[in-house]
Design a binder for this molecule. Sequence first.
Ligand code: R5P
Length: 283
Amino acid sequence: MRVIAGSASARLGGALADLIGSPPVRTEIRQFPDGEVYLRLDEAVAGEDVAVVQTTYPNDRLIELFLLQEAARAGGARSVVAVVPYFAYSRQDVAFRPGEVVSARAIAELVSLKADRVITVDPHKEHVLGFFRVPAAGVTAVPALAERLRVEGVDIVLAPDKGALDRARLAAKHLGVDHDYLEKTRVSGTEVRVAPKSLDVRGKRVAIVDDIISTGGTIATAAGELRAQGASRVVAACTHGLFLNEAAARLRKAGCDAVIASDTIEGLASVVSAASAVASALR
Ligand code: R5P
């Protein structure tokens, strides 16, 4: 198997190629002055099983993924697996109002056009996998995040809401610690309290595990409250760290001692790799 890494996933693609034991396919990827993508494979892939690795954020990376898939197909690859570490648009997975686009389905269909199989990491909702027109699997970076949380020292793992409890449970199981979810209670017309459903965080080292940190608003609110309730340490962890609008600084200001993310979106907080989870699925 050969790995073709797009420019949004060079690090993860490289780590995956190392695990597979074959260097990434050399590529030439650049932009024309008008922003269009120029792309060329610098090696033959005829007859190979190819994994094209590319996160679809920001938007132009989606075009790059599509062209990489086309390059593998046109180059005679035996099969093409689209590895989409962070599947952008996955949060628009339902039409709430008439006329609203289910963007997750539209983008999934586009990716499916030139893939035999799709692998993504910690999809926002499992049902999104059903939008692809080819077999699609979700793998999880949570065990890898949990290993890093072990280094941080954590007594309790919290989900930011009940819907995210499975992720917290999985991380807690790896660590052998308790887990819970954060519940919002309206205290007055203007005041909302956020606290663990049943656990007491006083004097405890707490991790909040979410799939995505976008603006950081969700975890910043929780971190501030947990601090006020006596948590001795708060670590924010996510698979997909978008960290928009100075989110990392916002989280620290809110009381987070550490902010960690995986490399599905490559950035300063990407201290954990999803590569081994993806490699297992590829095998
Ligand atoms: C929501 O459904 C997601 O799981 C995350 O909780 C959300 O995307 C986080 O967004 P933000 O960092 O902007 O609060």
